[in-house]
Design a protein around this ligand. Structure first.
Ligand code: OSB
Ligand code: MG
Length: 330
C-alpha cells in the first residue's frame, strides 16, 4: 500500500499548565494509507516527549524511511522506542480484514456520551468556574491538574472547589509527577476528608520515585493512587504491573502505548484496573484509541470514565470534520 505523511499543528485555546510547564501547541503527524483496492485509512502519530515517547523529529525520521511504499509487515519492525509510531502505523492494520485467532477485533465506534467521559477542568482558580458548563453538558467525572502552583494555594482552591460542586461529582487529581512524598501524603489526607469521592490521585511523584514511595502510604489512605507517566509505554506498563499489580490504577493512553493489539492482549490477560485516556491527539487518533477502549470495555475491562474530555481545550473544531476533510486542511 501507499502511505502519505502530513504534519499538523493544533493550538490550545490556552496553554495547558502541568507540573512539566505550559503546553501551547499540539504537534503531530497524520498518515494516509491507500491499499491496492483504493481503500483509504488514516492514522496519527501524536508523541509526548516529556512523557517518555519519541520526539516529533524521531517520528518524522521513521516516516521518511517508509517513503511512499509500505507493507503491513513493516509495522512489526517499528522499535519500542517509537511507541507513537507503532500506534500510528498500526491504524493500517486495524482496518485490514485478515482473520487470525490471535487478532483482537475492534468493532466500529459508538461515540461515548458525556456521562462516561471525564472532562479536563481548566487549571488553577479557573476550575472554580469552569466545571459548570461541563456539568451542564452532562459530564459527572472531572480532572483537575495539581502540582502547578504552591501547595498551600492549591489546597485552598481544592477546598473551595469541593465545597462548590454537587456531591455527585467525581473528581480526579493529576499531579503529573510534581509532588514530593510528603506533599502527596498531605493531598491524600485532604482527599480522604473531602465531602465528595476523589476517584484517585494520579502520578503524585515522578516515575523514578513513585514505586519506592508506595509502600510508605500503603493502607494509610482511602483515596486510590494512579500511575500515568510511570506506564507511558507498553514496556513500562508490563514492568510496573509486575511490581505493584492491583495496588494502583493504570492510566493508559493508547496513542502512546505502542501497538494496540499487544496492549489489548495484555489487558485481556491481566485485567488491570485501567483508565483509558487521551494524549490530546486529533479526532483521527482519538477515534482509534476510543475503539480500542470500547472494545476492551465490552470485555468487562475498566468501568471508569474515559479520560477523553479534552476537545474543548482546542482552538478549532476539528471534532466535527471527517478524516478526509481534516486531511485536506493540512
Ligand atoms: O486523562 C485525562 O482525563 C485527560 C488527558 C490528560 O490529562 C493528559 C493529556 C495529555 C498528556 C498528559 C495527560 C495526563 O494525564 O497527564
Ligand atoms: Mg496524567
Amino acid at each position: 500500500m501507499r502511505v502519505e505523511v502530513r504534519p499538523y499543528r493544533r493550538p490550545f485555546r490556552q496553554p495547558l499548565q502541568t507540573a512539566h510547564g505550559p503546553w501551547a501547541v499540539r504537534e503531530g503527524i497524520i498518515l494516509r494509507f491507500e491499499d491496492e483496492q483504493g481503500q483509504v485509512t488514516f492514522g496519527e502519530i501524536a508523541p509526548i516527549p516529556w512523557f517518555g515517547t519519541e520526539t516529533l523529529e524521531q517520528a518524522r525520521a521513521w516516516c521518511d524511511r517508509f517513503s511512499r511504499n509500505f507493507a503491513l509487515e513493516q509495522i512489526d519492525d517499528i522499535p519500542d522506542s517509537l511507541p507513537a509510531c507503532q500506534f500510528g502505523f498500526g491504524a493500517a492494520r486495524d482496518r485490514v480484514a485478515w482473520v487470525s485467532p490471535a487478532r483482537f477485533e475492534m468493532p466500529s465506534l459508538k461515540p461515548p456520551g458525556p456521562l462516561s467521559v471525564c472532562a479536563l477542568l481548566p487549571t488553577g482558580a479557573a476550575a472554580l468556574e469552569g466545571w459548570q458548563g461541563l456539568w451542564e453538558q452532562g459530564h459527572r467525572t472531572f480532572k483537575w491538574k495539581i502540582g502547578v502552583a504552591a501547595l498551600a494555594e492549591e489546597l485552598s482552591l481544592f477546598q473551595q472547589l469541593v465545597k462548590a460542586v454537587p456531591s455527585e461529582l467525581r473528581l480526579r487529581l493529576d499531579a503529573n509527577g510534581g509532588l514530593t512524598g510528603e506533599e502527596a501524603a498531605t493531598w491524600l489526607a485532604e482527599c480522604d476528608r473531602a465531602p465528595l469521592p476523589i476517584e484517585f490521585l494520579e502520578q503524585p511523584l515522578p516515575p523514578a520515585q513513585i514505586l519506592d514511595w508506595l509502600p510508605q502510604v500503603k493502607g494509610q489512605f482511602q483515596t486510590a493512587i494512579a500511575v500515568d507517566e510511570s506506564v507511558a509505554t507498553f514496556r513500562q506498563l508490563q514492568q510496573v504491573y509486575e511490581r505493584v499489580g492491583r495496588q494502583v490504577v493504570y492510566v493508559v493512553k493508547p496513542a502512546i502505548a505502542g501497538d494496540s493489539q499487544r496492549l489489548a492482549h495484555f489487558c485481556l490477560q491481566h485485567r488491570p484496573d485501567v483508565v483509558f485516556s487521551s494524549a490530546l491527539e486529533t479526532p483521527i487518533g482519538r477515534h482509534q484509541a476510543l475503539r480500542l477502549a470500547q472494545a476492551l470495555w465490552n470485555q468487562g475491562i475498566s468501568k471508569r470514565a474515559l479520560g477523553f474530555g479534552v476537545e474543548h481545550w482546542f482552538a478549532d473544531d476539528w471534532a466535527t470534520l471527517s478524516a478526509e476533510a481534516l486531511w485536506a486542511q493540512l
